[in-house]
Design a protein around this ligand. Sequence first.
Ligand code: MEV
Length: 330
Amino acid sequence: MMKMAVEATAPGKAILFGEHSVVYRGPAIVLAIDKRARVVAERTDDDKIFFDALDLGFSGFFDGETYYAVNGEPWRGRRLLAFMVAARKTMEHLDTESGLNITIRSDIPVAAGLGSSAAVSVATVAAVGGALDGDLSQEDICSLAYEGEKVVHGTPSGVDNNISTYGGVLRYERGRELERFELEGELLFVIGNTLRRRSTKKLVDRVGRLMEREPELVDGIIDSIVRTSENGLEALKEANLNRIGDLMNVNHGLLSALGVSISRLDLMVHASRGSGAYGAKLTGAGGGGCMIALTDGENTGRIQKAIYRCRGEPHVVNISYEGVNTRRLD
Ligand code: MEV
């Protein structure tokens, strides 16, 4: 058995239009951001899957389905479940069984709506595939990572694993071919992290319950978000910053109507608009996590300060056109 360490990296994401509605119908317009997850995988001689996530404060291994903590509390193993499943599905796909050492490092904030979990799943599949000397297409990587994501997020729309695999700007809609765009000119964003972690699954379930109670009303809101996303894509293609900003603002209002904003997000959104952003909205599932503001070079500093004043953590981000990539380390 030839042993080699393989590193894979994959980008996080920010949804510009269409979170939550994409779970039901219509597109999400999503950007890969220049923050990445890094995973190194190497074969071992036993049949255990060892994870080093020491950046996050824990490490441990799976023997079968059971997690044994080496550092940190045993419950932390739950956070590794998606990656363990992604690694096992990759081995199944390649018809190979092996023990693995997997090291996870990431500069994507965790549980903040920036796709950190999907980026780690995608990078895990690519690194494990490489370590097993397997030949995985981007499609394989994307769908194997989705198997992991389903374990923790219920039935996610698939937007997160797609953007982490392909990078760039995507129009993602379930059951429709993916469209990938190169935008004209540069778009600059400030992301504000409320530093409140939240679970995507709980927020998606919350919208689902509202839909059950008020189907007609919620259907109408989803329709409006779908229209906002379609118009938003047009505005992006035209590089019409004022129109993109207006539509981001509308999208935020509609997400608030679905009950997924919180006061800290609203504060940061309004503070960013007041500091010269073209538009601002929550991004991802809401309930905490992050907001995103479209800016130009001139107002970036003011928006960052405004986010600080609301006790948020600002990050200036650019679109990353680089999807998942893999390289041998030896
Ligand atoms: C999460 O990044 C986006 C949501 O639309 C959920 C999903 O698409 O699975 C809230």
